[in-house]
Design a protein around this ligand. Structure first.
Ligand code: MOS
Length: 691
């Protein structure tokens, strides 16, 4: 290693982004390009009985209105949320029933407002309750996790435990709301489909489009060069790319579909609400004998997606008697989907809050309680951990935070009308690696070109992959050029489940290592086209691994609760992580801090409200869906331990994109309890709840 990895290298595309020259999917003004604006359904359940497009077509500049009657037919997709404009059924409010195509965005929008849709509405059911008659235990929750797992006799063990906590928590629906809303520009040329889209994985989009339009993949090019965030909502293709391709085929011209933010809540997924019930039983020394975590959630009638929020309880603490279970009901709601740390974020909010409650019952320090229940092996699977440094993260965090100066008694610190408190929670996220490919080329001018279809969704993927390449090639970073974000490049998995860098990086490392060997065996000047090497890495599927591989962390929060207004202010947030080798200190810090900031939003301000009457989410813009801003946290710090784990990938890295959000909300909630002596069990902790 030349020491390039780990260095705080600056983001390669930073200048383009701040200078405004980085182009996003809606910013390709191709000659003759049209704009399109969708029409969302105004009922929550039923069917379209008629669409009157005359007024829309009379708007100057409007070319056409696509509906289920005239839109191109699609093959049936695996993901039924993509079967847009195929039939008159309305499965939820906001489902698209028409698309207006026009010369300008303004005309498309005016046309969409002029479309008259007739509906036959049916009674809808959109409210999740713990005793909803439609609840069932799914075979699988999201991420392929078993719906239920049980060991021993958790109910009996709970009854016989000396100290018990039996509590219920609720996390509301949450929305990803990336800075750049979903957008796609599509055109057809000589039977080929060419697409610019805002996505976490161009190859995934291409595969789905090939199926939908019945085209061989070689006739589709998908590029996602710059992506303004996704947080899971761009992990799979969304209706924008399907509608853009349909409209482009229908009109024979390039078409851009850029969703206005107010359409997002219904059509690009959300984190489903989760109702949690936890039962923790321990002996007087705080050793858990029983741990049950039962999660109740919703999915849509379009497809089954079950937020796997009981899964982290399979990883965290030793307890011989255990049950982790999901229940789900299919309601007439928009389809839930991936959102940053799916499962872990809401699950660890509930679990880490309940652990704090148990510490209170025991009169024990919450860090000590966690350390005391550290498992020797992964509790659910019995597999050894490839590495686990949770206790070290807790201890290091406690040292940096000044935990030993804390008076454990709730409501013991006051500053005028403010009640002050501190809290801690653990974090975990699986370390996954997917199959990937990459290509490296040595050129006669002494530079190297590395190509792979990684997605840089704001993480700095380009930069860190160049670092991995420079190290494997043993050359300075400046000599490595990198291309990502297109299906014209070697295939690579999506930027998702914090597995991107580990997966792409492995392939980049292999290709560069192979190239180094080729170059060592080469004499004389390089040929003009250079010398190249290709790598095809398999990754290691979690189920096949002999080891349980997870990153761990500890979050600390200090809050001030205003007894006059009920407002919770966060004075300090501190995270310490053990996530394998950190490959870029600068971008990694941004990932951790970004995740913690999103956890702060989850704790205090974010939440989508299901309107029972209309059957849709009330918050549909950033004026009503409150994401945190700089003023919402005074101090935020992220640190990490050097963790050497050879059982991951050649770089020794674990994923870091999601763990920052995991446990942050619990740390803040636990601090609010410490400040006030009151346990709030429903997020977000807005003044109306706290006062
Ligand atoms: Mo992430 S929710 O796996 O993109």
């Amino acid at each position: 290693m030349t020491g390039t990895t780990g260095a705080p290298a600056e983001r390669r595309e930073g200048r383009e982004k701040v200078g405004g020259t980085a182009r996003y999917a809606a910013e390709f003004p191709l000659p003759g390009r049209l704009q399109a604006w969708p029409v969302p359904a105004a009922v929550a359940r039923g069917r379209v009985t008629g669409i009157d497009t005359a007024a829309a077509l009379a708007v100057p500049g409007v070319l056409d209105v696509l509906t289920h009657e005239n839109a191109p037919r699609l093959a049936e997709p695996d993901d039924a949320t993509l079967a847009v404009l195929q039939d008159p059924r309305v499965p939820h409010r906001g489902w698209f029933v028409a698309l207006v195509v026009a010369e300008t965005l303004e005309a498309a929008r005016a046309g969409a407002a002029a479309v008259r849709v007739g509906y036959e509405a049916e009674k809808h059911d959109v409210v999740l309750t713990p005793s909803h008659p439609g609840l069932y235990v799914p075979e699988e929750a999201s991420a392929g996790q078993p719906g239920v797992r049980e060991q021993g006799d958790p109910d009996g063990a709970f009854e016989n435990s000396a100290v018990r906590v039996d509590v219920a928590y609720r996390v509301p629906p949450l929305h990803n709301h990336p800075m750049e809303p979903h957008a796609s520009t599509a055109r057809w040329e000589d039977g080929r489909l060419l697409v610019h889209t805002s996505s976490q994985g161009a190859h995934t989009v291409r595969a789905v489009l090939a199926g939908l339009f019945g085209l061989p993949e070689e006739r589709i090019v998908v590029t996602a060069e710059h992506v303004g965030g996704g947080f899971g909502s761009k992990g799979t293709p969304r209706p924008d790319v399907v509608l853009a391709a349909m409209a482009a085929r229908h009109t024979g011209r390039p078409v851009t579909v850029a969703f206005p933010r107010r359409h997002l809540p219904a059509v690009v997924g959300h984190r489903a609400p989760t109702l949690h019930r936890l039962r923790l039983g321990a002996d007087a020394d705080g050793r858990l004998s029983c741990l049950t975590h039962e999660v109740t959630t919703h999915t849509s009638r379009v497809k089954e997606f079950v937020e796997h929020a009981a899964v982290p309880a399979r990883v965290m603490y030793a307890a011989p008697h255990r049950r982790t279970l999901h229940r789900v009901a299919a309601l007439d709601v928009p389809s839930p989907s991936w959102m940053r740390a799916p499962g872990e974020a809401p699950g660890m909010y509930a679990l880490e809050s309940a652990v704090d409650e148990l510490a209170g019952e025991l009169g024990m320090d919450p860090i000590e309680l966690r350390v005391r229940n550290e498992p020797d092996v992964e509790p659910d699977s019995g597999r050894p951990f490839s590495s686990r440094h949770l206790a070290e993260c807790l201890r290091e965090g406690a040292r940096r935070f000044g935990w030993d100066r804390r008076d454990p008694r709730p409501r013991s610190r006051r500053d005028g009308p403010l009640l002050l408190g501190t809290g801690v929670a653990a974090a975990t996220y699986p370390a996954m690696v997917r199959p990937s490919t990459a290509e490296a080329r040595a050129l006669p001018d002494g530079t190297f070109l590395v190509r792979t279809d990684a997605a840089d969704i704001g993480t700095g993927a380009r930069t860190v992959l160049a670092q991995v390449a420079a190290d494997a090639l043993e050359v300075p970073l400046e000599r490595v050029r990198i291309e990502v974000g297109s299906t014209e490049l070697p295939s690579a998995p999506l930027a998702g489940d914090s597995s991107g860098t580990a997966s792409w990086g492995w392939a980049v490392h292999e290709a560069c290592t192979l190239l180094t060997h080729r170059l060592a065996g080469h004499t004389g000047p390089l040929p003009e086209q250079g010398i190249d090497a290709h790598a095809d890495t398999t990754g290691t599927a979690d189920a096949e691994s002999a080891y349980a591989r997870h990153a761990f962390g500890a979050h600390f929060a200090e809050v001030a609760v205003d007894t006059v207004s009920g407002e919770v202010r966060v004075a300090r947030l501190l995270g310490v992580y053990a996530a394998g080798r950190i490959l870029n200190a600068r971008t990694a810090r941004s990932q951790f801090v970004g995740g913690m900031t999103m956890g702060l939003g989850m704790a205090l301000t974010e939440g989508s409200t299901m309107d029972a009457a209309f059957g849709d989410f009330v918050e549909s813009d950033l004026a009503s869906y409150h994401v945190p801003v700089h003023a919402d946290v005074a101090e935020i710090e992220a640190h990490w331990l050097d963790e050497d784990d050879s059982r991951l990938n050649p770089m020794g890295s674990k994923g870091i994109g999601e763990i920052g959000i995991v446990g942050t909300a619990a740390a803040i909630g636990n601090a609010v309890h410490h400040a006030t002596g009151v346990r709030f069990r429903e997020l977000p902790l807005t003044p109306d709840r706290v006062l």
